[in-house]
Design a protein around this ligand. Structure first.
Ligand SMILES: N[C@@H](CCC(=O)N[C@@H](CS)C(=O)NCC(=O)O)C(=O)O
Length: 197
């Protein structure tokens, strides 16, 4: 398969993390969002939404949306809980990640770190939303090693993708010690470098 992704994007890295973890072979085609490469006619013909990640499979099937891609790649693997209720909890976190988490932390990071906007140019509601997201995560992780059950699932991979870049959004994870420890734990399990180092 071919993964079309931008290596600065947590959404794209989710797909890489799952493929690497499961030992699935792939070619990575770098598509720069900042250079407008998701807006070319060729790219839009593949994904009319003009977004990465996108995966093209050997049979030419094309799939977009990071969490849909992760779910497809991880089917029949231990990244998806066997237990039906735990699986539903994993979905609960995947949907929350897309609606509440990614729209806060990834957006604030993009404005601050990539578009270099000053605090005055950023919607003041955004850091407030990020603090709520991290507080909720910290409460959930108190006394837990993972988001669902006691082992790595797609919920951890989806949520760690942007949480590990919190510092680039100007958010200090020291205020959220259980989140901080969990980020380290999941980065260790995925054998990826600590993003804040
Ligand atoms: N919900 C989508 C979001 C994808 C997304 O926002 N991709 C960004 C990079 S992280 C992108 O391609 N942006 C380019 C654009 O919107 O022009 C997913 O999870 O895959």
């Amino acid at each position: 398969m071919t993964i079309y992704g931008d290596s600065i994007s947590g959404n794209c890295l989710k797909v890489k993390f799952v493929a690497d973890r499961l030992g699935l072979p792939y070619d990575w085609v770098e598509v720069s969002v900042l250079k407008g490469e998701t807006r070319t006619p060729e790219f839009l013909a593949m994904n009319p939404a003009g977004q990465v990640p996108v995966v093209r499979f050997a049979d030419n099937g094309v799939l977009a949306q990071s969490n849909a891609i992760m779910l497809h790649l991880a089917q029949n693997s231990d990244l998806i809980p066997d237990d039906a209720f735990e699986r539903a909890l994993m979905f609960q976190w995947l949907f929350w990640e897309q609606y509440s988490h990614e729209t806060a932390i990834a957006v604030l990071r993009f404005h601050k770190f990539y578009l270099k906007k000053s605090d005055g140019e950023i919607d003041p509601a955004l850091p407030v939303k990020c603090a709520k997201v991290l507080t909720l995560m910290n409460q959930h992780l108190e006394g837990r090693s993972h988001f669902v059950g006691a082992k790595l699932s797609l919920a951890d991979i989806a949520l760690v993708a942007y949480t590990r870049f919190s510092h680039q959004a100007g958010l200090d994870l020291k205020q959220y010690p259980d989140v901080r420890a969990w980020v380290r734990r999941i980065e260790g399990e995925l054998t990826i470098e600590h993003a804040e180092a």
